[in-house]
Ligand binder design. Structure first.
Ligand code: NDP
Length: 445
């Protein structure tokens, strides 16, 4: 049995009931097969893959907090410190009822390669809780965040582990967590990223994942002799990533015709009016269906189905496994030629295989959405230097990083004879740097 297959079997056996983690490991290992087979004896000797698939540490704890009725609630929370070979653990915190250890391990594992691709010195980590901020008062969210940080602050630090936002964790939650960290540890340091601009945050961090996604797609289009101008684009979700991907795509001349949330999607053939979406989502924290109250010519459809709308480019920016094989087939049948993932693993394995087998240009999330974590790393740099760069400076650095990622990914695919396969390219390029660092540091992690 090949080394890769052996390790996958071991992961399934030793991590029962963790399908998302198995899925992420399988996808990565399959596309690393070319590199692993070429170096099998060396990697086996240092148990490289056994070490790579095992988190360095998982911290799991309860978060008790008092709701507005005076009742004590209890949530589960985790921090997965996956791999620190190339820098301090770095990855977001997710607050969503679906959060469990499997999902955070899949996200933490993916984060290792994504962070490596940015070219910046950051290791892989991820965390979160099954707490649902939806429908909670500000006071309840604060109580929860403070209780979570009371425990988490023992395990993180500016040079150890630097969490950030993710689904359900925006500027408000980062603020409450940062305040509590500072209060307990008495340290004003860059321990979290995604901070507000008046207390250590970086310009462009809010826009970074969505903008970065569009910047990398722009590079892909350039290689095909195309531009964004006049392209019809579908974006799923209507959160942070979706909103700023829409904004940048529109700035580059694309027509974004749909957005969604977990209830349904809106289709506006005249092009989404983003100011209305921002008012609904960022100010009122409302539902995407409210869009049609302001734009009666748009259509709201309850449930799934966004991928059946004809488009040139699809940017899934909501959540994992939101785009399956049937969706991929519908996209292709309706003329879509490019899919790039703003969310983490939004396409199922079958959908990904379909893109690659059917000549669709596809950029996986670990490369396409790396702009967020890259800008977080730029925030860490500014915190260490105790200064703030201008919007233009950070944006320029972000564009350079996304161009660099595209170059690394397409080069790795070419080197291993799978030109245009950016899934393999991203995994290989991300892996090479981490493997080199793990080899050099010996049997410590
Ligand atoms: P937000 O919480 O801001 O937005 C998430 C959006 O996705 C919401 O519109 C939400 O709708 C929708 N959504 C969630 N679950 C589902 C579902 N099951 N079906 C359809 N829609 C759903 O999160 P972000 O925009 O920050 O993150 C989106 C994705 O991007 C995640 O996969 C995240 O891991 C990834 N990502 C985010 C980065 C960042 O910088 N923010 C960086 C890199 C990756 P509703 O309001 O109804 O829940």
């Amino acid at each position: 049995m090949s080394y890769v297959d052996e390790i996958y079997e071991r992961v399934v056996a030793k991590n029962p009931g963790e399908p998302e983690f198995h899925q992420a490991v399988k996808e990565v290992l399959d596309s690393l097969k070319l590199v692993i087979d070429a170096n099998e004896a060396e990697y086996r000797k240092i148990s490289l893959l056994e070490r790579l698939v095992e988190p360095e540490r998982i911290i799991s704890f309860k978060v008790p907090w008092v709701d507005d009725n005076g009742v004590i609630q209890v949530n589960k929370a985790y921090r997965v410190q996956f791999n620190s070979a190339i820098g301090p653990y770095k990855g977001g915190m997710r607050f969503h009822p679906s959060v469990n250890q499997s999902i955070l391990k899949f996200l933490g594992f993916e984060q290792i390669f994504k962070n490596s691709l940015t070219g910046l010195p950051i290791g892989g980590g991820k965390g979160g809780s099954d707490f649902d901020p939806k429908g909670k008062s500000d006071r309840e969210v604060m109580a929860f965040c403070q209780s979570l940080m009371t425990e988490l602050c023992k395990y993180i630090g500016a040079d150890t582990d630097v969490p950030a936002g993710d689904i359900g964790v925006g500027a408000r939650e980062i603020g409450y967590m940062y305040g509590q960290y500072k209060r307990i540890r008495d340290l004003y340091e860059g321990v979290l990223t995604g901070k507000g601009l008046t207390w250590g945050g970086s310009l462009v961090r809010t826009q970074a994942t969505g903008y970065g996604l569009v910047y990398i797609v722009n590079e892909m289009l350039k290689d095909m002799g195309k531009t964004f101008d006049g392209q019809t684009v579908l974006v799923s979700g209507s959160g942070n990533v979706a909103i700023y991907a829409t904004e940048k795509a529109q700035q580059l001349g694309a027509k974004v015709v749909a957005l969604s949330d977990s209830n349904g999607y809106v289709y506006d053939p005249d092009g989404i009016k983003l100011d209305i979406v921002k008012e609904i989502k960022e100010v009122r924290r409302g539902r995407i269906k409210e869009y049609v109250d302001a734009v009666p010519t748009a259509k709201y459809t309850e449930g799934k189905g966004i991928w059946t709308i004809p488009c040139d480019i699809a940017l899934p920016c909501a959540t994992q496994n939101e785009l399956n094989l049937d969706d991929a087939k519908a996209l292709k049948a309706n003329g879509c030629f490019l899919v790039a993932e703003g969310a983490n693993m939004p396409s199922t394995r079958e959908a990904t295989d379909f893109y690659l087998e059917n000549g669709m240009c596809f950029m996986p999330g670990k490369a396409a959405n790396a702009g967020g974590v890259a800008t977080s790393a730029l925030e860490m740099t500014q915190n260490s230097m105790r200064l703030s760069w201008s919007f233009e400076e950070v944006d320029e650095k972000l564009q350079g990083i996304m161009k660099g990622i595209y170059a690394k990914v397409s080069d790795a695919a070419k080197r291993y004879g799978v030109e245009g396969n950016f899934v393999a390219g991203a995994n290989i390029a991300g892996f090479e740097k981490v493997a080199e660092a793990m080899k050099a540091q010996g049997a410590v992690l």
